[in-house]
Design a binder for this molecule. Structure first.
Ligand SMILES: [Zn+2]
Length: 449
């Protein structure tokens, strides 16, 4: 690899500092990471009034930062760059290298957060610094929100807090976030780039049965555990109806056309005609595509009974649902009840109740510049819109009317690069090329009307 340019050295230092600032919930501090990023922005010329550090007293280490680079246009609405600072827990003894030291080895950066998502966080900070230092005046105001809590369900969530408490601070026409990006063939060759347009919503439900119980030496058929087990068996065999959104229809059409196999042909056929049952059967064999085509609900936790020698008085299961954009939490609960088909099985919501997932539009003013840059940086590589079956902080912004797009640019490998797992890594080329790409993308949007 060519030696780093001075601007790349500067970027690498911010990336390294972020990675080496532990931001796990157990032992780290997002607040410290946010303060360190604010210090860089201040050094680059940002005034205190352009920087908002925030944290709530009950969660002093789960703070974040909002920065604003004012645009010149009185009419163009702001662009928001979103990034989560927190990372999933990582145990030194389980990892090959120290997870909180940025190690560069064999063409990869290794560290917790190297991919998810401190490389992108550092791009956002670095871009704003260089924009300010270079005297660049965007038409559109560029906002940056670095927040904590994306990786945990029950801790403080900074994106949710900003959406609820400081919506004016982050108001924007649309936002760029993680969730997009490229995939290699597993041998370093980039085969596809994706822009994430929408995601499913997570909601947990509790299925519960109760029974008078009694002595296990004189059993009867009517039993809380059997009743629950029967309900779960019916749930296993239940399939939510097929749904296509603008995004997933475009995804299956384009990603299918890029393949040459039977699955590719079935994807194209299904995008054209969602009633094509033969095509659906083929596409649904892929577990990811199966989930992209519908709401899914699956049993994930089980409890029941109170003694080895007693008939159970109670049994319960947690059912984890991934709700298709536009479908409601209550509608999904009703569908579960109908699938179970037993009024003796109570189906209730488990908090937190997430907002309804709203699919952002396939806006050509968003997709167009991304397509142009993919063609420039990665000739011949298609850009496909994807809907995530997982969840990001985007859902909180979409709830207040800010469409969120997972930006293309950097890329990962088919094995998932150890994200959330062991020895997380990001290819060095992906980090530097992704940075150039994202900086150009931000400028393209910021200069547009
Ligand atoms: Zn992430």
């Amino acid at each position: 690899m060519a030696p780093l340019r001075p601007d790349q050295e500067a970027y690498r230092a911010i990336y390294k500092e972020l990675v080496e600032t532990n931001t796990t919930l157990s032992a780290g501090s997002c607040t410290l990471a946010a303060e360190r990023m604010a210090a860089h922005l201040r050094a680059a010329g940002f005034a205190d009034k352009e920087l908002t550090l925030f944290a709530v007293p009950e969660h002093p280490k789960e703070g974040g930062l909002v920065a604003v680079l004012q645009g010149s246009s009185p009419t163009a609405k702001p662009l928001l760059l979103l990034g989560h600072l927190d990372v999933v827990e990582a145990k030194r003894e389980d990892w090959t290298r120290d997870p909180f030291v940025l190690v560069e080895e064999d063409g990869y950066f290794y560290a917790r957060g190297a991919a998810d998502m401190k490389a992108m966080d550092a791009v956002w900070v670095d871009a704003l610094m260089r924009f300010r230092q270079g005297g660049y005046h965007p038409k559109r105001t560029i906002k940056l929100a670095l927040t904590c809590g994306e990786e945990t369900t029950h801790a403080f969530n900074g994106a949710e807090w900003l959406a609820k408490n400081r919506p004016e601070l982050i108001s924007a026409e649309f936002a760029l976030n993680e969730g997009g990006g490229g995939r290699t063939d597993g041998h370093g060759k980039l085969v596809v780039e994706a822009i994430q347009v929408g995601e499913k919503a997570v909601q947990n439900y509790r299925l519960e049965t109760v029974n008078a119980g009694g002595h296990s030496s004189i059993p009867v058929r009517d039993n809380a555990i059997y009743q629950l087990a029967d309900a779960l068996a019916r749930l296993r065999d239940f399939e939510f109806p097929l749904r296509l959104s603008e995004t997933t229809r475009a995804f299956f059409a384009r990603a299918g056309a890029a393949r040459t196999d039977a699955l590719g042909r079935a994807m194209v056929a299904l995008a054209k005609n969602p009633d094509d049952a033969a095509a659906e059967a083929i596409v649904s064999k892929d577990r990811s595509y199966h989930s992209m085509l519908r709401t899914t609900c699956v049993a994930t936790l089980l409890e029941g009974g109170h003694a080895n020698n007693a008939l159970p008085q109670r049994a319960a299961a947690n059912v984890n649902c991934r709700i298709f954009p536009g479908e409601t939490v209550e509608g999904t609960r009703a569908a579960l009840e109908a699938a179970v088909g037993d009024p003796g099985v109570k189906v209730t919501l488990v908090p937190p109740v997430r907002p309804l997932a709203m699919p952002p539009p396939l806006d050509p003013r968003v997709i167009g510049p991304a397509e142009a840059l993919v063609a420039k940086y990665f000739p011949g590589v298609p850009l496909v819109p994807t809907m995530s079956t997982g969840a990001t902080d985007g859902i909180f912004l979409e709830a207040i009317g800010i469409p969120v797009y997972g930006a293309p640019g950097g890329w990962g490998d088919p094995d998932g690069n150890g994200v959330h797992g062991l020895n997380e890594r990001r290819s060095v080329r992906s980090v530097y090329v992704g940075r150039d790409f994202l900086t150009d993308l931000v400028r393209a949007y910021a200069d547009a009307d």
